[in-house]
Design a protein around this ligand. Structure first.
Ligand SMILES: [Zn+2]
Length: 377
């Protein structure tokens, strides 16, 4: 399923095969929270070269419901996207519903943010929902403790996550055995452990001993300093099987992607490029640019002179600023097209640099150019 083709230091390049096509890694997955990458169509995503997108189980199970999607032939058919989809377990969003959720050994009970309806999400139920959605890669339900927490709290939490992971794996394999149709979905385990090295190690050992097709590093990018996150990633990746994909959940900024690849990560997802696009922040080769700034009102240049995306080939900063100021939806679409193009292009350049054995040069150069604007202003 996963083939490593090149290594350069700890950075890896590979190909992940799924039933809906191949994904070149390191890969960035645009986030399609409610069955849509906000402001874009599936055609846009194909045009900019997205090879996989992420769907949020929590949102889809509540609305329109995973059973309804299953009756429409699954998520790919429902949303008109033929390439791979990864679904999260729904846990992350449920655990962020502070005050509206209750955790016990069985799972987590919560009330919907939409209408207050009570739901129970268990490790088995998370497997069933993602089977209904028919994603290519399913994630196990994990507990996401708030940081900072004490070692005792994180330790108990990772043990619960490991017990849930075992239940999820058993249920997944049972479904696979009984499935009358070819069962092509794969399942990733999640390593937790906060920012404590010994707890990350314990969680990695417990999770790897269960045996999954891939492994995620969860519970990061939740407010800890960047250097701490990089250290946790550096400590964790050597504990994961070398021949399987590694996914850093919910990360991150362009610099974070480069730094995590340097520490052996293969897959990423983050709402940052899409969310920031709608808020008027363009991520460019020379750093972030806030299109609402008055200085762009009569700027005829493209958002990013180094970018060849549809937005940068056809529209000026002045026009993008106008659309933003006027609240035009097209502005959100053009900004999102650019930001995701920048992310996907960065991943392409990373893969190329790894293949040519010059990832370290790329990394240094990226740091220099991406911080240029901040240094000038
Ligand atoms: Zn562009």
């Amino acid at each position: 399923m996963f083939t490593l083709t090149h290594r350069d230091g700890a950075a890896r390049r590979g190909v992940l095969q799924t039933a809906h096509g191949a994904i070149e890694t390191p890969a960035f997955m645009p986030v399609g929270t409610q069955g849509a990458v906000k402001a874009l169509t599936a055609q846009h995503l194909e045009d900019i070269g997205a090879e996989i997108i992420l769907g949020n189980t929590y949102h889809l199970m509540l609305r329109p419901g995973d059973e309804l999607i299953a009756r429409r032939g699954g998520l790919h058919k429902f949303i008109g996207w033929k390439k791979p989809i990864l679904t999260d377990s729904g846990g992350y969003q449920v655990f962020s519903l502070a005050g509206r959720r209750k955790i016990d050994e069985n799972g987590v009970e919560f009330s919907s943010h939409l209408d207050g309806t009570a739901y129970v999400l268990t490790p088995e139920r998370a497997v069933d929902i993602q089977a209904n959605l028919g994603s290519d890669i399913a994630m196990v339900l994990d507990e996401c403790p708030a940081l900072p927490s004490t070692t005792e709290v994180i330790d108990k939490s990772l043990e619960l996550t490991a017990r849930w992971a075992r239940r999820a794996r058993e249920h997944f394999l049972e479904r696979k055995k009984k499935s009358p149709d070819p069962f092509t979905q794969v399942q990733f385990g999640i390593v937790q452990g906060g920012t404590f090295r010994e707890l990350r190690q314990k969680s990695a050992e417990l999770t790897v001993s269960i045996g999954f097709e891939g492994y995620a590093i969860g519970g990061l990018s939740v407010g800890e300093p960047n250097e701490t996150m990089y250290q946790v990633v550096a400590d964790t990746t050597p504990l994961l099987p070398a021949g399987q994909p590694r996914y850093l959940m919910g990360v991150g900024t362009p610099i974070d992607l480069v730094e995590a690849v340097a520490r052996g990560v293969d897959m990423f997802d983050c709402v940052l490029p899409t969310r920031n696009a709608r808020n008027g922040q363009l991520l460019t080769s020379e750093g972030p640019l806030n299109i609402k700034n008055a200085q762009f009102a009569e700027d005829d240049g493209p958002a990013d002179p180094a970018c060849g995306c549809y937005t940068c080939r056809n529209f000026s900063r002045a026009y993008l600023r106008h659309l933003y100021m006027a609240g035009e939806m097209t502005g959100g679409t053009l900004n999102t097209l650019h930001n995701l193009s920048f992310y996907l292009d960065t991943m392409r350049r990373i893969r190329e640099a790894i293949a040519f054995g010059r990832f370290e040069d790329f990394r240094q150069g990226f740091h220099q150019t991406f911080t240029r604007r901040a240094l000038i202003s």
